[in-house]
Design a protein around this ligand. Sequence first.
Ligand code: HEC
Length: 141
Amino acid sequence: MPLFLKRFLFWSLCLIFLVYTFYLYTSSTSADRGLAFLDEKAKAGKLLFQKYNCTACHQVYGLGGYMGPDLTNVISAKGKGPGYAKAFLLSGTARMPNFHLSSEEIDNIIAYLGYVDKTGVSPIIDFKLNADGTVSAGERK
Ligand code: HEC
């Protein structure tokens, strides 16, 4: 291969590397789209979620305890939803304590679970590999 071609190839690859790196590190980093869903009720619910230590038994975004189910998508899951989640908070179960929450507290926790639902998917079952090398969540079962 002639030297000028090697040089051309080398500098082209450097340029492509720089452009792609710039794109990867700057795209979708400017705005936290989740904040749009975090209203006052959801904020209050988040504090209650911490106060009552729900995460000791439950996961959100896949993190937390494993005694109870993952709550990330309980609000949108088939056959579940806000009413379903409320029922657990109203009376507890044999394994989940009844926290004797006020109806306002329950509404706030449900608002927080709604926020979590809009901002995460867990567990991620299928990954979709995008053309630019990034990965996004595929279909939820
Ligand atoms: C001591 C462990 C424990 C704590 C603490 C706990 N839970 Fe639970 N929770 C469970 C278990 C276990 C279940 C599954 C139902 C069962 O087996 O009785 C459950 C079920 C649920 C469900 C239904 C989930 C589904 O997909 O079926 C919701 C919603 C829920 N809990 C919300 C909460 C919230 C909100 C808090 C905090 C205020 C909380 N839990 C605290 C143990 C706990």
